[in-house]
Design a protein around this ligand. Structure first.
Ligand code: HMG
Ligand code: MG
Length: 298
């Protein structure tokens, strides 16, 4: 049976914007975050505390955190790949961080310049320091349904990394189809295999829409009992270390799916679509959400 409630993790301000080459002002980023929470999103990934040499667009994350209007009950999170990032996040008043590993060695090297094992060892002190400060840590695994450098990635490899993140204290592990090559069959298989190592209510799905399969993959995930999904307003984004990969599944598209299934989310689709359209205008980009385009054309 399909879950009655679903939690959406909005990653647009982070995953959506991190790959943009043009400068985006702090004010525009702040406006995006505030628009998203006004639409009813309860969780927003606001930015990253990573090396500005690696991901220049996320350099202003501390300023964004300083200027957003914190709405009670909303979780505002940031990526932190190591202790330096964690300390910067702490300084910025961040209450939830995410560490990010990969299921493929080549992607781990390209993305965070170390092996999978080295990355996991780096995350241990982050999780410990976070726990001591009452900060929750979410874990990511990238390349769960394919790697841009290695091709196929066995589900067992994903399960091993996810289980380590969960065991070290990540309260939830989000499985990322970084390059969006996954399909519904592979998604079901993935959650069957990973679900044997990590409880399904501690897993999330993070689908990019490169092949247009993300909504189908989310439906396949629901059938496997998964109830947390990451998405990006207007389908913004792409990973700087995964060439050709497009944005995350659009939050508007996910919401339309959930509404049709009678699944509660507490999000206002019209307000969400307006928020997405606004940031697309700032970026000078077409809206990547099919649902938003349809709504706005009404
Ligand atoms: P490194 O170069 O190996 O780091 O990078 P290092 O420890 O050797 O330090 C080198 C320099 O970086 C030093 O500065 C450090 O201070 C600095 P220098 O002395 O040369 O002036 N440094 C930092 N600066 C700011 N913040 C930090 C930090 N750490 C070190 N936290 C590192 C290793 C991990 C830092 C680097 O590779 C990096 O920042 N990578 C970020 C990659 C990234 O953000 N990728 C995108 C997010 S992941 C993603 O999109 C996938 C996801 O969406 C799921 C999915 O779709 O699959 C989550
Ligand atoms: Mg991603």
């Amino acid at each position: 049976t399909i879950p009655k409630k679903v939690r959406l993790v909005e990653v647009g301000p982070r995953d959506g914007l991190q790959n943009e080459k043009q400068p985006i002002s702090v004010a525009d980023k702040v406006r995006l975050v505030d628009d998203l929470t006004a639409a009813g999103l309860g969780y927003v990934e606001v930015g990253s505390f990573v090396s500005p040499k690696w991901v220049p667009q996320m350099a202003g994350s501390a300023e964004v955190f300083a200027q957003i209007q914190r709405k009670p009950g909303v979780t505002y999170a940031a990526l932190a790949p190591n202790m330096k990032g964690f300390e910067a996040a702490l300084e910025a008043g961040v209450k939830e961080v995410a560490v990010f590993a990969a299921a493929s060695e080549a992607f781990s090297q390209k993305n965070i310049n170390c092996s999978i094992a080295e990355s996991l060892a780096r995350f241990v002190p982050v999780v410990e320091a976070a726990r001591a400060q009452g900060i929750s840590v979410r874990g990511y695994v990238s390349c769960v349904l394919g790697c841009p450098y290695e091709g196929e990635v066995p589900a067992e490899q994903v399960a091993a990394v996810a289980a380590e993140l969960f065991a070290m204290g990540c309260y939830e592990v989000s499985l990322g189809d970084t390059i969006g090559t996954g399909n519904a069959g592979a998604t079901r298989h993935l959650f069957e295999v990973v679900g044997a190592q990590v409880p399904r209510d501690k897993l999330a799905g993070h689908f990019h829409d490169t092949y247009g399969q993300a909504v189908a993959n989310i439906y396949a995930s629901l059938l496997e009992g998964i109830s947390v999904f990451d998405s990006s307003v207007a389908g913004l984004g792409g990973c700087p270390y995964a060439k050709g990969a497009t944005g995350n599944v659009a939050t508007e598209d996910v919401l339309y799916l959930m509404n049709g299934l009678g699944i509660e989310t507490g999000i206002d689709l019209d307000k969400l679509a307006a928020a997405g359209q606004r940031i697309c205008a700032v970026l000078g980009k077409d809206n990547g959400s099919r649902v938003a385009r349809a709504i706005l054309a009404r």
